[in-house]
Design a protein around this ligand. Structure first.
Ligand code: NDP
Length: 256
Protein backbone atom coordinates (compact mmCIF):
# COMPACT_ATOMS: atom_id res chain seq x y z
CA UNK A 1 0.00 0.00 0.00
CA UNK A 2 1.42 3.40 -1.01
CA UNK A 3 1.56 6.24 1.47
CA UNK A 4 -1.39 8.12 -0.07
CA UNK A 5 -3.48 4.91 -0.12
CA UNK A 6 -3.16 4.73 3.67
CA UNK A 7 -5.20 7.96 3.90
CA UNK A 8 -8.15 6.53 1.88
CA UNK A 9 -11.40 5.74 3.67
CA UNK A 10 -13.22 3.73 1.00
CA UNK A 11 -15.79 1.38 2.52
CA UNK A 12 -15.64 3.12 5.92
CA UNK A 13 -18.65 4.61 7.68
CA UNK A 14 -18.36 7.80 9.71
CA UNK A 15 -20.51 9.94 11.98
CA UNK A 16 -19.91 13.67 12.54
CA UNK A 17 -21.71 15.64 15.26
CA UNK A 18 -22.19 19.29 14.37
CA UNK A 19 -21.77 18.14 10.76
CA UNK A 20 -24.09 20.76 9.27
CA UNK A 21 -21.91 23.85 9.76
CA UNK A 22 -18.40 25.21 10.13
CA UNK A 23 -15.67 22.78 11.06
CA UNK A 24 -18.01 19.78 11.22
CA UNK A 25 -19.28 20.46 7.69
CA UNK A 26 -15.70 20.62 6.38
CA UNK A 27 -14.86 17.40 8.27
CA UNK A 28 -17.91 15.60 6.82
CA UNK A 29 -17.09 16.62 3.24
CA UNK A 30 -13.41 15.69 3.67
CA UNK A 31 -14.39 12.25 4.97
CA UNK A 32 -16.61 11.74 1.91
CA UNK A 33 -13.86 12.98 -0.43
CA UNK A 34 -11.63 10.31 1.13
CA UNK A 35 -14.31 7.71 0.34
CA UNK A 36 -16.38 7.31 3.54
CA UNK A 37 -20.15 7.28 3.93
CA UNK A 38 -21.06 9.96 6.47
CA UNK A 39 -23.90 10.39 8.98
CA UNK A 40 -24.48 13.99 10.04
CA UNK A 41 -25.84 14.93 13.46
CA UNK A 42 -27.09 18.31 14.71
CA UNK A 43 -30.21 19.85 16.20
CA UNK A 44 -31.31 21.78 13.06
CA UNK A 45 -32.19 19.58 10.11
CA UNK A 46 -31.78 22.19 7.32
CA UNK A 47 -27.95 22.52 7.39
CA UNK A 48 -27.62 18.75 7.73
CA UNK A 49 -29.74 18.20 4.61
CA UNK A 50 -27.59 20.64 2.62
CA UNK A 51 -24.37 18.85 3.57
CA UNK A 52 -26.09 15.55 2.90
CA UNK A 53 -26.70 16.62 -0.71
CA UNK A 54 -23.04 17.65 -1.13
CA UNK A 55 -21.95 14.22 0.09
CA UNK A 56 -24.39 12.49 -2.30
CA UNK A 57 -22.84 14.48 -5.14
CA UNK A 58 -19.44 13.06 -4.20
CA UNK A 59 -20.81 9.54 -4.74
CA UNK A 60 -20.92 8.58 -1.05
CA UNK A 61 -23.90 7.75 1.13
CA UNK A 62 -25.12 10.37 3.62
CA UNK A 63 -27.58 10.21 6.48
CA UNK A 64 -28.76 13.23 8.44
CA UNK A 65 -30.28 12.86 11.90
CA UNK A 66 -31.59 15.72 14.04
CA UNK A 67 -30.53 15.07 17.61
CA UNK A 68 -29.08 16.67 20.72
CA UNK A 69 -25.71 15.33 21.92
CA UNK A 70 -26.66 16.23 25.52
CA UNK A 71 -29.25 13.45 25.55
CA UNK A 72 -27.99 9.91 26.19
CA UNK A 73 -31.15 8.42 24.68
CA UNK A 74 -30.76 10.44 21.49
CA UNK A 75 -27.02 9.68 21.24
CA UNK A 76 -27.63 5.94 21.66
CA UNK A 77 -30.48 6.08 19.12
CA UNK A 78 -28.54 7.86 16.35
CA UNK A 79 -25.48 5.66 16.87
CA UNK A 80 -27.61 2.52 16.66
CA UNK A 81 -29.45 3.90 13.61
CA UNK A 82 -26.16 4.26 11.71
CA UNK A 83 -25.18 0.69 12.57
CA UNK A 84 -28.59 -0.74 11.72
CA UNK A 85 -28.66 1.03 8.31
CA UNK A 86 -24.98 0.70 7.32
CA UNK A 87 -23.93 -2.38 9.29
CA UNK A 88 -21.06 -0.77 11.24
CA UNK A 89 -19.50 2.46 12.44
CA UNK A 90 -15.76 2.92 11.81
CA UNK A 91 -15.18 6.62 12.52
CA UNK A 92 -16.78 8.87 15.16
CA UNK A 93 -16.08 12.60 15.00
CA UNK A 94 -17.35 14.30 18.15
CA UNK A 95 -17.28 17.89 17.06
CA UNK A 96 -20.51 19.60 18.22
CA UNK A 97 -19.81 22.43 20.60
CA UNK A 98 -20.94 25.84 21.82
CA UNK A 99 -19.18 28.87 23.22
CA UNK A 100 -20.37 31.88 25.23
CA UNK A 101 -18.31 34.88 26.29
CA UNK A 102 -19.34 35.80 29.83
CA UNK A 103 -17.35 37.13 32.78
CA UNK A 104 -17.21 34.32 35.32
CA UNK A 105 -18.99 36.22 38.08
CA UNK A 106 -21.97 36.59 35.71
CA UNK A 107 -22.22 32.98 34.48
CA UNK A 108 -25.61 31.53 35.43
CA UNK A 109 -25.69 27.91 36.54
CA UNK A 110 -27.83 27.09 33.50
CA UNK A 111 -25.22 28.56 31.12
CA UNK A 112 -22.42 26.62 32.84
CA UNK A 113 -24.44 23.41 32.52
CA UNK A 114 -25.29 24.07 28.85
CA UNK A 115 -21.61 24.50 27.92
CA UNK A 116 -20.27 21.60 29.98
CA UNK A 117 -23.09 19.26 28.93
CA UNK A 118 -22.65 20.06 25.22
CA UNK A 119 -18.85 20.22 25.04
CA UNK A 120 -17.82 17.57 27.58
CA UNK A 121 -20.72 15.29 28.46
CA UNK A 122 -21.81 15.21 24.78
CA UNK A 123 -18.49 13.81 23.49
CA UNK A 124 -18.41 11.37 26.44
CA UNK A 125 -21.88 10.03 25.59
CA UNK A 126 -21.01 9.87 21.88
CA UNK A 127 -17.66 8.14 22.41
CA UNK A 128 -19.23 5.65 24.80
CA UNK A 129 -21.99 4.77 22.32
CA UNK A 130 -19.40 4.55 19.51
CA UNK A 131 -17.08 2.27 21.49
CA UNK A 132 -19.96 -0.07 22.29
CA UNK A 133 -20.55 -0.69 18.56
CA UNK A 134 -16.83 -0.58 17.63
CA UNK A 135 -15.51 -3.01 20.26
CA UNK A 136 -17.21 -6.08 18.68
CA UNK A 137 -15.44 -5.20 15.38
CA UNK A 138 -12.08 -4.58 17.12
CA UNK A 139 -11.74 -1.38 15.08
CA UNK A 140 -12.59 2.27 15.40
CA UNK A 141 -11.26 5.79 15.06
CA UNK A 142 -12.68 8.42 17.40
CA UNK A 143 -11.68 12.06 16.94
CA UNK A 144 -12.87 14.75 19.34
CA UNK A 145 -12.83 18.43 18.43
CA UNK A 146 -11.27 20.05 21.50
CA UNK A 147 -9.63 23.49 21.35
CA UNK A 148 -6.42 25.32 22.13
CA UNK A 149 -8.63 26.80 24.89
CA UNK A 150 -8.08 23.51 26.72
CA UNK A 151 -4.42 24.55 27.12
CA UNK A 152 -4.35 28.35 27.22
CA UNK A 153 -6.60 31.11 28.48
CA UNK A 154 -7.97 33.17 25.60
CA UNK A 155 -7.99 36.95 25.70
CA UNK A 156 -9.59 39.47 25.72
CA UNK A 157 -12.84 37.48 26.04
CA UNK A 158 -13.88 35.64 29.21
CA UNK A 159 -15.03 32.06 28.66
CA UNK A 160 -14.17 30.03 31.75
CA UNK A 161 -16.82 27.39 31.16
CA UNK A 162 -15.71 26.86 27.55
CA UNK A 163 -12.02 26.65 28.48
CA UNK A 164 -12.81 24.19 31.27
CA UNK A 165 -14.96 22.02 29.00
CA UNK A 166 -12.20 21.76 26.39
CA UNK A 167 -9.48 21.01 28.96
CA UNK A 168 -11.76 18.22 30.20
CA UNK A 169 -12.24 16.97 26.65
CA UNK A 170 -8.48 16.73 26.05
CA UNK A 171 -8.10 14.65 29.22
CA UNK A 172 -11.18 12.58 28.37
CA UNK A 173 -9.43 11.82 25.06
CA UNK A 174 -6.31 10.59 26.90
CA UNK A 175 -8.39 8.43 29.25
CA UNK A 176 -10.47 6.80 26.53
CA UNK A 177 -7.43 6.28 24.30
CA UNK A 178 -5.54 4.27 26.90
CA UNK A 179 -8.62 2.27 27.92
CA UNK A 180 -9.79 1.29 24.43
CA UNK A 181 -6.47 0.81 22.59
CA UNK A 182 -6.58 -2.93 23.36
CA UNK A 183 -9.87 -3.09 21.40
CA UNK A 184 -8.34 -1.53 18.27
CA UNK A 185 -10.03 1.81 18.94
CA UNK A 186 -7.87 4.88 18.40
CA UNK A 187 -9.00 8.00 20.27
CA UNK A 188 -7.38 11.36 19.51
CA UNK A 189 -8.40 14.99 19.45
CA UNK A 190 -7.86 18.03 17.25
CA UNK A 191 -7.44 21.35 19.03
CA UNK A 192 -8.03 24.26 16.67
CA UNK A 193 -6.95 27.80 17.29
CA UNK A 194 -9.13 30.62 15.97
CA UNK A 195 -10.92 29.33 12.87
CA UNK A 196 -13.16 31.46 10.67
CA UNK A 197 -16.65 29.95 11.25
CA UNK A 198 -19.94 31.37 12.54
CA UNK A 199 -18.64 30.73 16.07
CA UNK A 200 -15.62 33.01 15.58
CA UNK A 201 -16.87 35.51 13.02
CA UNK A 202 -19.86 37.49 14.35
CA UNK A 203 -19.58 41.32 14.21
CA UNK A 204 -19.14 41.45 17.99
CA UNK A 205 -16.39 38.85 17.88
CA UNK A 206 -14.74 40.51 14.87
CA UNK A 207 -13.80 43.38 17.23
CA UNK A 208 -11.46 40.96 19.00
CA UNK A 209 -9.70 39.86 15.83
CA UNK A 210 -6.84 42.40 16.14
CA UNK A 211 -5.89 40.97 19.54
CA UNK A 212 -6.21 37.41 18.29
CA UNK A 213 -4.09 38.14 15.22
CA UNK A 214 -1.42 39.87 17.31
CA UNK A 215 -1.10 36.63 19.29
CA UNK A 216 -1.05 34.37 16.21
CA UNK A 217 2.39 34.10 14.56
CA UNK A 218 0.95 33.47 11.05
CA UNK A 219 -1.13 36.65 11.49
CA UNK A 220 -4.38 35.24 10.15
CA UNK A 221 -7.39 33.30 11.36
CA UNK A 222 -7.49 29.65 10.35
CA UNK A 223 -9.84 28.37 7.66
CA UNK A 224 -11.78 25.12 8.08
CA UNK A 225 -9.59 23.58 5.34
CA UNK A 226 -6.57 24.08 7.60
CA UNK A 227 -7.97 21.27 9.80
CA UNK A 228 -9.19 18.68 7.31
CA UNK A 229 -5.82 17.10 6.49
CA UNK A 230 -5.32 16.35 10.19
CA UNK A 231 -8.82 14.89 10.46
CA UNK A 232 -8.23 12.49 7.57
CA UNK A 233 -4.84 11.55 9.04
CA UNK A 234 -6.43 10.67 12.39
CA UNK A 235 -9.42 8.91 10.76
CA UNK A 236 -7.28 6.71 8.52
CA UNK A 237 -4.66 3.96 8.70
CA UNK A 238 -1.99 6.65 8.23
CA UNK A 239 -2.19 7.23 12.01
CA UNK A 240 -2.22 3.63 13.27
CA UNK A 241 0.40 4.27 16.00
CA UNK A 242 -1.16 7.57 17.14
CA UNK A 243 -3.19 7.16 20.32
CA UNK A 244 -4.32 9.74 22.88
CA UNK A 245 -2.77 12.61 20.94
CA UNK A 246 -4.15 16.16 21.00
CA UNK A 247 -3.18 17.71 17.66
CA UNK A 248 -3.05 21.49 18.09
CA UNK A 249 -3.63 23.44 14.84
CA UNK A 250 -3.47 27.11 15.73
CA UNK A 251 -1.16 29.04 13.39
CA UNK A 252 1.39 29.07 16.21
CA UNK A 253 -0.82 30.72 18.86
CA UNK A 254 0.30 28.34 21.63
CA UNK A 255 3.93 28.36 20.46
CA UNK A 256 4.85 31.80 21.80
P1 NDP B 1 -20.44 26.06 14.62
O1 NDP B 1 -21.29 26.85 15.55
O2 NDP B 1 -20.51 26.31 13.17
O3 NDP B 1 -20.67 24.51 14.83
C1 NDP B 1 -21.18 23.92 15.99
C2 NDP B 1 -22.06 22.75 15.55
O4 NDP B 1 -22.45 22.00 16.68
C3 NDP B 1 -23.32 23.25 14.84
O5 NDP B 1 -23.47 22.51 13.64
C4 NDP B 1 -24.43 22.91 15.82
O6 NDP B 1 -25.62 22.56 15.11
C5 NDP B 1 -23.84 21.72 16.58
N1 NDP B 1 -24.36 21.61 17.94
C6 NDP B 1 -24.27 22.52 18.93
N2 NDP B 1 -24.88 22.07 20.04
C7 NDP B 1 -25.36 20.84 19.73
C8 NDP B 1 -26.10 19.87 20.45
N3 NDP B 1 -26.47 20.06 21.73
N4 NDP B 1 -26.43 18.70 19.82
C9 NDP B 1 -26.06 18.49 18.53
N5 NDP B 1 -25.36 19.36 17.81
C10 NDP B 1 -25.03 20.53 18.39
O7 NDP B 1 -18.96 26.29 15.16
P2 NDP B 1 -17.57 25.63 14.76
O8 NDP B 1 -17.66 24.85 13.51
O9 NDP B 1 -16.58 26.72 14.86
O10 NDP B 1 -17.33 24.63 16.00
C11 NDP B 1 -17.16 23.24 15.86
C12 NDP B 1 -16.32 22.74 17.01
O11 NDP B 1 -15.02 23.33 16.92
C13 NDP B 1 -16.85 23.11 18.40
O12 NDP B 1 -16.68 22.02 19.28
C14 NDP B 1 -15.96 24.27 18.81
O13 NDP B 1 -15.86 24.38 20.21
C15 NDP B 1 -14.64 23.85 18.18
N6 NDP B 1 -13.69 24.94 18.00
C16 NDP B 1 -13.97 26.00 17.18
C17 NDP B 1 -13.04 27.02 17.04
C18 NDP B 1 -13.27 28.20 16.15
O14 NDP B 1 -12.45 29.14 16.20
N7 NDP B 1 -14.29 28.22 15.32
C19 NDP B 1 -11.76 26.99 17.77
C20 NDP B 1 -11.56 25.83 18.57
C21 NDP B 1 -12.51 24.84 18.68
P3 NDP B 1 -27.10 22.86 15.72
O15 NDP B 1 -27.04 24.25 16.30
O16 NDP B 1 -28.00 22.70 14.56
O17 NDP B 1 -27.30 21.80 16.76
Amino acid sequence: MGILDSFRLDGKTALVTGGGTGIGKAFAIALAEAGADVALIGRRSEPLEEVSKLIDSLGCKAMSISADVKSKTQVDDFTNQVVSEWGKLDIGVNNAGICFHTPTNQIEESEWDEVIDTNLKGPFLCAQAQARVMIPNSYGKIINTASMSGRIINRPQFQTHYNTSKAGLVHLTHSLATEWAEHGIYVNSISPGYIRTDMADTPEIAKMHPVWLRDTPVNRLGEVQDLTGALIFLASDASNFVIGHDLVIDGGFTAW
